[in-house]
Structures are given as structure tokens and as C-alpha cells.
Write a protein that binds this ligand. Sequence first.
Ligand code: MG
Ligand code: ZN
Length: 219
Amino acid sequence: MKVYLEQEILQENEHQAEENRARFGGVFVVNLIGSPGCGKTTLLEKTLTALKEEFRMAVIEGDIYTTKDARRIEACGVSVVQVNTAGGCHLSAEITAKAASNLNLGALDLLFIENVGNLVCPAEFDLGEDCKAAVLSIVEGDDKPAKYPLLFREAGVVVLNKCDLQPYTNFDMDSALADLRGLNASAPVFSLSAAKGEGLDPWFDWLRSAVAEKKGRQT
Ligand code: MG
Ligand code: ZN
């Protein structure tokens, strides 16, 4: 019997993540992480619809069960691979490699991986992405960056979603941003409402420069 220690699992994951990174080549890969209901899929729908004439994109959809999110992505006219973890609460580099083998990576500019809705362990597992995008909806509370520091420390970009609901919450933006900056001095933060389509342009521009920068690094 082989008993795996957490550390070994993470080391094996890291090895596979490096292989994924090599395989992704010049594709800019974003790993979207946030709670169930924070708006990851809605953010993707709006992003794919806005950028699909500009970039060749695909999505790996991680869910515990169902193909509901993958159907929503498919309706945007973008290739999607659904992964069901059958109870697993995060994606691993190995699962990501299997999912990515269904995609023609050479024909892509931008790949989104929607992780399983969870603020905790997805942040521990490198999938070989270029960037973790932490998605937090303001209805979850301004204390979340401080309470789930690993994700916000690891994030290359932070999206504060559902900002249109500010009048109905006691979300203290200054307090959330101060905690966030204590953990992560450099990640850009975009306050927006994906559902209402408000404030999305700076996020799109950030993606545009990230894709261009990744391509530039490959040549
Ligand atoms: Mg979703
Ligand atoms: Zn997990």
C-alpha cells in the first residue's frame, strides 16, 4: 500500500504542471479560482463574447458534477472541455493535462481554466497556468482576502465582481483592498459587474496585453 503525503502529492503535481507549461507554449493560460456563485462562468461568458473575434480561445471547465457551465460556454461559440471531478474539490495538473489533450493548443491564443468553485485548495495546485485569477464577489464579504490568504497571495490578477450590488451589502472596499495589498502588492484589481457588463474594459485590456506579452516571450 502506498500512502501519499500531502507534500508528495504537491511535488508530483508541480512536475506535471511544468510539463503542462511547456505544452501550453505561447498560449496565455488563466486559472480562474473563486467560490461557487462568485460569477466565474458569467465573467467567462462576457469575456469570450467580447474577445472571440480578436483571439482564438478555449475553456477547460472544472466542475464536481454536471455540464451546466460547459453548455453556457459552448453557447458563446468557443471550444470547451468539461472535466467532472466526481466529488474532487479542485483541479490538478494531471486532470488539466488530460483535458488539454482534447484541444489543439497550437491553434489558440488564450485558454481559460475555470477551477472548481472553492476558495481553498485550488490555490495550492499549480496547473501550469501563466496566471491565477482570483474572483471574489463583493457579496461574499470584505474579510475574504484576509481569511483565504493563499489564493490572494498567489493571484496574478484579482476580479472583484458584482460591484453593482454594493448598495445592498456592507462590503468595505478600503478594508478589502488594504488586506489584499498586504498579501499581494502587485496584482491588478478590477472592480466590475460581469452580469451587468459594467467595468469590463480594463479587464479585457489586461488580457490583451497579457496575450501579447506571452506571444512576445515565445518569439
Ligand atoms: Mg461556474
Ligand atoms: Zn481540493
